[in-house]
Design a protein around this ligand. Structure first.
Ligand SMILES: *Cc1c(COP(=O)(O)O)cnc(C)c1O
Ligand SMILES: [Zn+2]
Length: 559
């Protein structure tokens, strides 16, 4: 049986039963049409049936996707991605409800797979055999894969700044690759002209019902997964919306669709609210974030994008900007931008902290979260879901430079090993090794950022009573007065340095046995190593509490 749903015009409200994709309202000519469904009827079906459908593809939400015949679906298992708790990063930041929606796990490794599956299914339903798409990379890759599967010939127009490896991937699927040496916004125009000239269907991106509707499934999954993970806020609703949905944004298709998804769930009585959205752009191409901060009603275009993160280089957001701005004024949220460097740094942090290797475009969203946490826009107790929108392709890995491995000869390695007077390990490992009776911890550290981070790690890990002093002299007084169970000691401090303090503590009868973890940014001389030898429990190289450069990355990221 054919599914029946409606198409209504966002401008004049004219509503008809959906038949096949049309670009404009037949009444007023407006080009923003919405799919609309009998939500009450769907809610009833979902309450009854959804629980028994496998969580392995976005098509489990069939009733709210704009396709008439189930048999027309072109699917490779897109959607149904995990919602991962940010175990280590959350601990480090003292943020308990931080989650990643792992969209890297789609068939072509980005959340564009949802869009492709929906759009190509709709093309198949209207018997298309050839189509044109413009892309900054990931759409072309995903559409190519699905078109190959559906037997549709695809013309992919790519900006010339798309990394060569991504273009090669598009060609691999048999698409015709056209490189346009201009911006993405120009590339879209060239593609549209080409399609018009050849009488071909051109994908309309955010203006197409299929594309927007596909992104709703991100919202459906998040709410369903959170409903299972977290307690159900006492409201008796089956699912749960987060406080924040965070995504890096180019043309804004994702947030527009996700928003509609959360709105539908709310109207169906499935979740408690519509989340605030944090939309993150690259500084060098941030028409939405800039216009938002300037309080503009319409976006001021960026005609010459200056970012190496091509995936998100839409300079001209058009009607999407006022649409999202309205949504933010209704539900809360913000638009923010980060530098390319912030994004690359976040990429390292995410990979090293929680094992997620993502492309810089996705890491931008994480960099945005660091920034918004630092600004206290996102509060520590709020539930945050970050869309990890795409995987690192080999090409982005080159951007790390070739300096990623260290080669040491055996003699050097032996010397390195012999030089260590105490295990070098992460703070968490050191704490785990100490006995569980450690309850009172003194932090003697003159750098406020480092002290803050140590305090956060401790607080996130358990109920420690934490004392702080910011120079050696005050530190000694503090230790004598409070008699802590553990001392975290910086070596380089004014007044009285850490070495001297260590010697004094070790010479005092009632303090001598208190374990000391040394925290240092310094490259120690042989003499200095000797002074620490046997005196300290553990040594933490600053900037490597867990991995090299990580602390600095995090501190930088937190601002
Ligand atoms: C497309 C894309 C984005 C931006 O998505 P929009 O919602 O279209 O703005 C972000 N990250 C990745 C990996 C993408 O492929
Ligand atoms: Zn109309």
């Amino acid at each position: 049986m054919e599914k029946q749903f409606y198409v209504s015009c966002a401008e004049c409200g004219h509503r008809v039963v959906y038949d096949s994709p049309v670009p404009n309202c037949e009444e007023c000519g407006h080009d923003w049409l919405n799919a609309d469904y009998d939500l009450d009827a769907v809610a009833e079906v979902w309450r009854r049936e959804l629980g028994s459908r496998p969580f392995d593809s976005m098509w489990r939400y069939w009733e709210l996707l704009p396709l008439k015949e189930y048999d027309n679906i072109v699917s490779m298992g897109e959607g149904g991605t995990p919602l991962l708790k940010a175990a280590n990063l959350g601990l480090m930041l003292g943020h308990r409800h931080l989650y990643f929606k792992d969209e890297r796990q789609g068939p072509t490794s980005s959340f564009k797979d949802r869009q492709a599956s929906m759009a190509i299914s709709a093309m198949r339903e209207s018997a298309m055999t050839e189509a044109v798409v413009a892309s900054t990379g990931n759409v072309a890759i995903s559409y190519s894969a699905y078109c190959a599967r559906a037997g549709i010939k695809l013309w992919a127009f790519l900006t010339s700044t798309v990394p060569a490896d991504k273009m090669r991937e598009v060609a691999l699927y048999g698409s015709e690759v056209v490189k346009v040496t201009s911006t993405y916004d120009r590339t879209k125009i060239v593609a549209a002209k080409f399609a018009h000239h050849k009488g071909l269907f051109v994908d309309r991106g955010v203006r197409s019902i299929a594309a927007r509707e596909s992104m709703k499934t991100v919202a459906f999954e998040i709410a369903e997964q959170l409903g299972q993970t977290m307690s159900n806020n006492g409201a008796g609703l089956p699912w749960r919306a987060p406080d924040w949905y965070v995504q890096s944004v180019s043309g804004g298709l994702g947030p527009v669709g996700v928003l509609k998804g959360f709105e539908e769930l709310y109207r169906m009585g499935f979740s408690n609210k519509v989340p605030k959205m944090a939309l993150i752009q690259a500084d060098g191409c941030a028409p939405m974030a800039n216009s938002f901060k300037a309080g503009l009603d319409e976006a001021e275009d960026v005609s010459d994008p200056q970012t190496r993160i091509t995936t998100v280089a839409t300079g001209s957001p058009g009607a999407v900007y006022p649409f999202l701005r309205d949504a933010i004024s209704k539900y809360g949220g913000t638009m923010e931008s980060v530098t390319d460097e912030d994004a690359f740094r976040a990429m390292h942090v995410m990979a090293k902290m929680d094992g997620l290797s993502m492309e810089p475009a996705a890491a931008m969203a994480c960099a945005g979260v660091f920034k918004l946490l630092g600004q206290r826009v996102i509060k520590p107790d709020e539930t945050v879901v970050i869309n990890v929108s795409g995987h690192t392709f080999p090409v982005e890995k080159h951007l790390l430079g070739d300096d990623w491995a260290r080669t040491v000869g055996t003699a050097e390695a032996a010397a390195l090993a012999a030089r260590s007077p105490a295990p070098r390990e992460g703070l968490l490992a050191a704490l785990n090794r100490l006995d569980g009776r450690v309850k009172r911890v003194a932090i003697i550290e003159d750098e406020p950022d480092a002290a803050r981070l140590l305090r956060r790690i401790l607080q996130a890990r358990g109920t420690y009573q934490v004392f702080e002093a910011h120079d050696g002299r005050a530190g000694l007084d503090l230790i004598r007065r409070e008699q802590p169970d553990l001392i975290l000691l910086d070596l380089m401090m004014p007044e009285l340095d850490g070495f001297t303090l260590l010697e004094i503590v070790k010479s005092e009868e009632d303090l001598r046995d208190v374990p000391i973890i040394v925290v240092t940014a310094k490259d120690l001389s042989p003499d200095e190593w000797h002074r620490l030898d046997g005196q300290v429990e553990s040594l933490l190289q600053k900037g490597s509490f867990m991995e090299e450069d990580l602390l600095e990355d995090i501190l930088e990221a937190l601002g």
